[in-house]
Design a protein around this ligand. Structure first.
Ligand code: DLL
Length: 433
């Protein structure tokens, strides 16, 4: 039987959810207008005042907010409460410019922990479980978020953080961890290390994994489920909106329920900003309606996905988003063709390769080149050049039919591509454009 952390919220009627959203949106818009000059200016520029916002239907009247705004307003420009009311900051890794710093009141942390608790219960977690949190702790939201959720559920929490993989496996085994939380690439690495240590999935008590923070394919899910002997659940979120737990997967494993009592989701055309109807693929935009310290209105995530309100067999009524296939700013344009790293991953996994690969894009004589380095498993490893050439050609053909592009594929020795304990770095773009 499906269990819920907050059944009255997670299975509320659509009318009830809409009523919560309408009421909270109106309050939130007033809150930012009164407390955040940056927002007031943006709203004034668009000719909108809080009186114009009466329900979710009025959302399109509000201006969008983007990462560029967050950088402009760094560090305190979007803070909506006095600093003395904040108890925590978290921050992004800042790989694409200045870090984003998000602020939390105790109330914000409580609600965030609830969202993560919903995800853990949806993955089958109860207070009898032992939950090992192997996301990084610190400024990254993964560790603190799942840690808070695990406490709320009442699991025995093992805060290993990421790294020291053999110790991770020792704890899983010795302390009988039943739930593992980490990035999917780290879960794959833990599985690989276990295998090297001569361990089988039957020797560990894990039953579920809660994996997110980066794009991962269905094929990678199957792989992880088999190597760790678990059911693997996706979880999504971003620092700007709190962290993990903006949405999470249920037993149906067909998309992630967005916690709509806290976040209103829209899908827009990334080029025109036009709101798209349900079922269309586009950029996900969120409005956080319960956050006090750092509320974001119509925040453009750059994540590309589809929303659906079709009834879910799990009984949850909150809208579902598909796995983001990547960020619009991760999308590579190679010789004019749009390429998502996840498409390349799908081809590799379909041909039996592990998700250890690196995509190198360059520009030689004004033409883009696409090189894919793919690791062989120890079982596949051979020094027979004829065999290697045959396999490389097979992958070139597979990639051509997926992408419509010719790539150069190089099979490399097992363990030659650096493993990630957090988010994997899959793409090296050397083009200077
Ligand atoms: O990655 C929060 C998080 C931690 C989510 C742990 C899940 C688990 P950021 O570092 O701010 O926050 O990165 C946010 O990561 O906009 C997506 O592009 C990507 N992302 C997060 N979860 C998923 C997922 C955390 N399940 C950015 N699938 C987001 C695909 C994801 N991409």
């Amino acid at each position: 039987m499906e269990r819920y952390y907050q059944p009255e919220i997670e299975t509320a009627s659509r009318e009830q959810i809409k009523a919560w959203q309408d009421e909270r949106l109106v309050k939130q818009v007033r809150h930012v207008w009164d407390n955040v000059p940056y927002y007031r200016k943006k709203m004034e520029e668009k000719g909108v005042t809080p009186d114009d916002i009466k329900s979710t239907e009025d959302l399109p009247k509000l201006p969008f907010l983007s990462k560029a705004d967050l950088r402009d307003a760094y560090p305190y420009g979007l803070l909506a409460v006095p600093l003395k009311d904040c108890v925590r900051i978290q921050s992004t890794s800042g790989t694409t410019g200045k870090r984003v710093v998000a602020f939390y009141t105790q109330h914000d942390i409580d609600l965030w922990d609830d969202c993560c608790a919903r995800a853990i219960v949806a993955a089958g977690g109860t207070n009898e479980d032992v939950c090992q949190v192997s996301y990084g702790y610190g400024l990254f939201t993964g560790g603190p978020g799942l840690n808070g959720g695990s406490h709320k559920v009442g699991c025995l929490t093992i805060p290993t953080s990421s790294g020291n993989t053999e110790r991770q496996i020792m704890f899983i085994k010795d302390l009988s961890a039943t739930i593992l939380c980490c990035t999917p690439s780290y879960a794959a690495y833990i599985g690989e290390t276990m295998k090297e240590m001569g361990m089988t999935p039957e020797q560990i008590p894990l039953k579920a994994g809660i994996f997110g923070a980066e794009a991962w394919s269905e094929e990678m899910r199957q792989d992880i489920q088999n190597t760790l002997g678990i059911k693997a659940y996706d979880i999504y979120g971003l620092t700007e909106l709190s962290g993990p737990g903006v949405s999470f997967e249920c037993s149906a494993q067909t998309g992630m329920h967005i916690n709509e009592d806290h976040f209103i989701a829209e899908i827009i055309d990334p080029d025109t900003g036009e709101v798209l109807p349900e079922g269309c693929q586009g950029e996900l935009v969120f409005t956080s309606i319960t956050k006090q310290a750092f509320p974001l209105l119509r925040y453009r995530t750059r994540d590309i996905c589809v929303l659906t309100r079709e009834p879910c067999p799990c009984g949850r009524t909150h809208v579902k988003m598909t796995k983001p296939r990547g960020r619009s700013d991760d999308m590579l344009i190679i010789r004019g063709v749009n390429v998502f790293p996840s498409q390349i991953e799908t081809v590799l996994l379909n041909h039996g390769y592990p998700a250890n690969y690196q995509i190198i894009v360059d520009r030689v004589n004004h033409t883009d080149t696409l090189d894919v380095h793919v690791e062989m498993t120890p079982e596949m490893f051979t020094d027979n050049m004829g065999e290697i050439t045959r396999r490389q050609k097979e992958l070139v053909d597979g990639l051509r039919s997926m992408l419509g592009l010719t790539a150069k594929v190089t099979l490399v020795a097992p363990k030659s591509i650096v493993r990630s304990e957090g988010k994997a770095v899959r793409v090296i773009d050397k083009r200077k454009i």
